[in-house]
Design a protein around this ligand. Sequence first.
Ligand code: GDP
Ligand code: MG
Length: 197
Amino acid sequence: MTEEQEVKQAPTSIIGKILLLGDAEVGKTCLLTRYTDDSFSTEYKTTIGIDFRIKRMFLSNQVEMKLQVWDTAGQERFRNISKAYVRGASAICLVYDVTKSSTFKNLHNHLSPETENPEVVKFIVGNKCEKDEERQVTFDEGKAFADEKGYEFREVSAASDTGVDNLFISVAKAIYRQKNPGSSLGWTGSASKFFRK
Ligand code: GDP
Ligand code: MG
């Protein structure tokens, strides 16, 4: 099949629900803000209520991807992530802090029957990678754990803006591939825009 034929068969707009999961203070809210606002704050704020942002991304063929990125809104402090939060997830990013090994060891606590579903795209994300001298989890340890689980692995830094855009572009591509098996459509990753719910 030529790419042109494939384009005609592709859906025009895909919604991908991406969940950010992980212990409190690993940097989930900062990653969301970095990706959607391109800003970073050192001030710690516990998010109140369920929060998500939408960012649009276009494929080279004008097929649109709407990424809904959900932030855990402080619920992770009480191990009380609501069902509404995880329901219908297309992808999960299990985030830990590379300078705090307990957050890495706790990753399994953030999986649930809904997110363990093989149709849900899974990424392990080590944040704060710019603090290399304070590292407690090496890149290889993170990668080995992800490989063992069959998940994707990325190290990022919301503070220094390292790998954040690439992470979400990779998640978007993985969601697209999950929903359109066998597709080889290209991506521009451009023309993205966000707006509040
Ligand atoms: P959340 O509880 O997982 O949502 O974590 P936050 O996004 O609120 O961040 C918790 C703390 O980690 C804040 O003080 C942030 O400034 C800090 N932080 C987040 N991302 C990074 C990063 O990439 N590097 C560093 N050094 N600090 C970060
Ligand atoms: Mg938060």
